[in-house]
Every structure is written in structure tokens, then in C-alpha cells.
Design a protein around this ligand. Structure first.
Ligand code: ASC
Length: 126
């Protein structure tokens, strides 16, 4: 799917970049730094949920590098489990965001943020 390892690295980093942009916009609302607009949050949550499905295909054999730690390949089952946990958490954030209940959004956002961090701790260069 990717001609060079750099192409895979660029692809997965791009997906994370777009995801983080939308996630942090929701974060600003959750932290009270931006006003709550239901449609904006719902849209950003949908972007995060969709983008969350993309990076994993770009961690194939021979694509080591970027900010990825070798544990992604040496302990791939654990990486996959962490990625699935994150995808479930952001899918839930998206479901909740579409309902427009800010308290539920705050809870789902916090839980999703923990799954980002969980993976970074073990699999991303500091
Ligand atoms: C973000 C972002 C992450 C997560 C993480 C939550 O906005 O870019 O990686 O939140 O920091 O703990």
C-alpha cells in the first residue's frame, strides 16, 4: 500500500494530526475555554471517530520510524489492543456528542483522552 516507509509514516502522522486538531477543539469546550456549540462538537467528534480507523494500516512491517517505538512491532498484539480501545472510546465520544449532552461529552472526552495517553506511554517516543 505504501511505496516507501516514509510514505507510511507521513500517512499515519497526518491522520493523528487531523485527529488531534479536532480532539483538542472538543477539549477546549470541555475545559470551558470555548463556548459549547453542539454542531461543532458533533462534527469534530465524527472527524475523530472516522480518522481513528486510519493510522493502523500504516504500521505494517518495515515502516519503523517517525515517533513510533519498536514495541509496536515487537509487542504488536498489545499495540493492536490499545488501538482498539482508543477506537471504541472515540466512537463512544462521537455517539454521545451527537446527543448534545455536555456532561456526558465531558466524561466520554476524558475517557478517550486516557486511551490516547495509554498508547503514547508505551508506543510513542517522548
Ligand atoms: C490531545 C492529543 C492527544 C491527547 C492526549 C490526551 O489533544 O493530541 O494525544 O489529547 O494528550 O491525554
Amino acid at each position: 500500500q505504501f511505496k516507501k516507509p516514509e510514505d507510511a509514516i507521513k500517512y499515519r502522522q497526518s491522520a493523528y494530526t487531523v485527529m488531534a486538531n479536532s480532539f483538542s477543539k472538543i477539549g477546549a469546550v470541555v475545559k470551558g475555554e470555548a463556548p459549547y456549540n453542539k454542531e461543532d462538537v458533533a462534527k469534530n467528534a465524527a472527524v475523530v471517530a472516522t480518522l481513528s480507523t486510519l493510522p493502523w494500516q500504516a504500521f505494517g512491517p518495515g515502516t519503523e520510524g517517525g515517533n513510533a517505538l519498536p514495541a509496536i512491532w515487537s509487542d504488536n498484539a498489545k499495540f493492536k489492543a490499545a488501538s482498539e480501545k482508543m477506537q471504541l472510546a472515540v466512537a463512544n465520544l462521537n455517539t454521545v456528542a451527537q446527543t448534545g449532552d455536555l456532561e456526558s461529552i465531558k466524561k466520554a472526552f476524558g475517557a478517550a483522552g486516557q486511551t490516547c495517553k495509554g498508547c503514547h506511554d508505551d508506543f510513542k517516543k517522548k
